[in-house]
Design a protein around this ligand. Structure first.
Ligand code: MTE
Ligand code: MO
Length: 238
């Protein structure tokens, strides 16, 4: 698997032929692997093959809009709405004042590159959900980005896992603009595309709505082991 989202998508203009070609290429990826996409990814990437790929242990910066939203900490807002008892808008300060969770984990993109021992810090998504109060009938979440383009989804059960963070630190420092700062999602047990950058809104909903990458052929459940659940439910939370 040599697809490089940086080339196919990151360099695409928002509207135009290159953007269209990028999306078609991603779609073809899903079709090509068909029903075996999850096990293929599990074996090839989760099983260590990723280490043989010539990418090195470094992040590639992705943006499907070919730009990085500029959001200050002071101007940042996270809206949590939908099927909740108390719709809430969190400022950066609000998030930073909540109990923090820190852990290290290997970051893996489905295209093969990975970065070991990345330190993350933020608020557990489950904590935010408890604060706003999830209503009966809710089964999933949708996530929106300040880029106005990327979207993601998780089931409520997935969102409540202890290693799913609304993150404001990454690599031991504030999340940079390029990496989705001031606040991004980090879904530790899943491939990188689930970790939506420049997080602007979370909506609690009664059906799972496919996100951008899933609409373009990536597995809806992006578990790193390519199967049905986390390989390691305890990532060493601190
Ligand atoms: N808003 C937004 N979030 C995103 C993406 C993107 O293009 N836009 N790319 C995803 C993918 S495919 C990966 S692998 C990771 C990469 O994170 P990085 O850009 O910080 O390296 O971000 C994910 N989150
Ligand atoms: Mo990715």
């Amino acid at each position: 698997m040599t697809t490089d989202e940086g080339r196919r998508v990151g360099e695409a203009r928002p509207i135009g032929r290159r953007a269209f070609v990028g999306v078609v290429a991603l779609g073809a990826l899903g079709v090509a692997f068909g029903g075996r996409v999850q096990s293929f990814l599990g074996n090839a990437v989760g099983g260590g093959f990723g280490g043989l790929l010539p990418f090195g242990d470094r992040f590639r910066i992705y943006s499907i809009t070919n730009s990085y939203p500029a959001i200050t900490r002071r101007g940042y807002r996270l809206e949590v709405t939908g099927l909740v008892e108390r719709p809430t808008t969190f400022t950066y300060h609000d998030l930073a004042a909540l109990p923090a969770t820190t852990f290290k984990k290997t970051f893996q993109c489905v295209t093969g590159w990975r970065v070991p021992d990345v330190e993350w810090r933020g608020v557990q998504l489950s904590h935010l959900l408890d604060l706003v109060g999830v209503q009966p009938g809710a089964i999933a979440l949708t996530f929106e980005s300040y880029d106005g383009a990327d979207t993601e989804s998780l089931t409520l059960d997935q969102a409540r896992l202890s290693d799913v963070l609304v993150a404001y630190e990454m690599l031991g420092a504030p999340v940079t603009r390029e990496h989705g700062g001031p606040v991004r999602l980090y879904v530790a047990p899943m491939f990188g595309y689930k970790s939506l950058k420049w997080l602007s809104a979370i909506r609690v909903v009664d059906q799972q709505i496919l996100g951008f990458w899933e609409q373009n052929g990536y597995p809806v459940n992006g578990w790193l082991d390519g199967t049905t659940g986390p390989t390691n439910p305890d990532p060493g939370l601190t």
